[in-house]
Design a protein around this ligand. Structure first.
Ligand code: GDP
Ligand code: MG
Length: 370
């Protein structure tokens, strides 16, 4: 049982059913025109086609209803890019994430205590960039498979003393499949055996050609360990963001994705969420996967309490009744009663589909590759 058929989805996306079926096969889903798709798959498809789809869950009978409700372009405001770092094991993903985070404690937020909330924001030239802290390839693929399109851009880290390795290629394939812009960070250039040009040469086999060789891929040489080249990397991210004009409407109920969640002994269920649309406020009633709640407290990655959080802001919230799953969609509703009944219906749907396949991502999956 699903939300819309393949045919209805094609109509919604203004595509031919055959195109949608082809895309589904590419995603590993064998489908016919009358097959029903769940909301996550529909969202994923929309992302694949680059179509903005607003999800509206209507509680009439037992069905969720999806309607197209494009934002008025006048309501859209530019938002920080959301960036993931991927690459082969030991090429320096974690070191790079840590180096960027600690280098960039600037302005009014200095002095805050860094909180691990699954993502963090840095600021350069008065512009923000959001980094996802969970670069696991599996987590990335699993989130995509669940319909969560959380990133705008991928940094592929390649160690200059090691070159292109299997997981480098995997990362490139993931990024390409998701249609994400790629920036290559050639890392460990401080090492004696470092050969950045060899990395560039190798990557031409994967259609990543540097600008100086007539291509359009941005390469940045860095040393995560020595903190060299980081500012240049951040500037390139902003450049790509400027070209792509990432925007969202901050003036509506929040919608986003659960990045991580866990049961905290003192605070109960805690979820780390990336707000993607609208603005999340303390007191908002929400659904996260099959769970519901009301935002009791909200903190950012600097440990600061927030009253509200706009698009591309990662926050940690308390006030849930249960622990949602990583990659679960997050949505604010007008009141807690509605949120609760939607969560309950989603739980039933999930139990039914669990009899088929189980695509829930565990925290182990998420951390396995960091
Ligand atoms: P990950 O598996 O991709 O997350 O890689 P890590 O960040 O854990 O780094 C693997 C190893 O490479 C660690 O011992 C790091 O200290 C080292 N490393 C990371 N970046 C650099 C760098 O720029 N230069 C040097 N010399 N070593 C680095
Ligand atoms: Mg790591």
């Amino acid at each position: 049982r699903g939300d819309m058929t393949v045919g209805e989805t094609a109509k919604l996306l203004h595509k031919d059913a055959s195109e949608v079926i082809k895309k589904l096969i590419g995603m590993g889903v064998m489908a016919t025109i009358n097959q029903e798709l769940d909301i996550d798959t529909i969202l994923l498809l929309a992302g694949e086609f680059g179509v903005e789809v607003e999800v509206k869950i209507v509680l009439e009978d037992d069905r969720f209803e999806t309607v197209e409700e494009n934002d008025d372009p006048a309501d859209l405001q530019s938002r920080p890019p959301v960036v993931t770092i991927m690459g082969h094991v030991d090429h320096g993903k974690t070191t790079l994430l840590d180096a960027i985070r600690s280098t960039n404690v600037t302005g009014g937020e200095a002095g805050g205590i860094t909180q691990h909330i699954g993502a963090y924001q840095v600021e350069i030239n008065h512009k923000k960039i959001t980094f996802l802290d969970t670069p696991g390839h599996e987590a990335f693929t699993a989130m995509r498979a669940r319909g969560a399109q959380v990133t705008d851009m991928t940094i592929i880290v390649v160690a200059a003393d090691d070159g292109v390795m299997p997981q480098t290629v995997e990362a490139i394939n993931h990024a390409k499949a998701a249609g994400l812009p790629i920036i290559v960070a050639v890392n460990k250039i401080d090492k004696p055996g470092a050969d950045p040009d060899k990395v560039k040469q190798e990557l031409t086999n994967y259609e990543l050609v540097p600008e100086e060789w007539g291509g359009d891929t941005i390469f940045v040489n860095v040393s995560a360990k020595q903190r060299m080249g980081l500012e240049g990397l951040l500037e390139m991210i902003l450049l790509v963001a400027e070209v792509n004009e990432y925007k969202a409407n901050p003036d509506k109920r929040a919608r986003g994705t659960v990045i991580e969640a866990e049961l905290d002994k003192g605070r109960g269920p805690v979820a780390r969420i990336l707000v993607q649309h609208g603005t999340l406020k303390v007191g908002d009633a929400f659904v996260a996967g099959n769970c519901f709640g009301r935002v009791r407290a909200m903190v950012n990655d600097k440990g600061r309490r927030l009253k509200e959080a706009g698009p591309s802001t990662p926050v940690e919230i308390t006030g849930l009744t249960e622990v949602p799953g990583a990659g679960d969609p997050f949505m604010v509703f007008e009141d807690e009663r509605k949120a609760r009944s939607i969560a309950e219906k989603r739980a039933i749907t999930q139990r039914e589909s669990d009899l088929g396949t189980n695509t829930r991502v565990t925290l182990d999956d998420l951390f396995q590759h960091i």
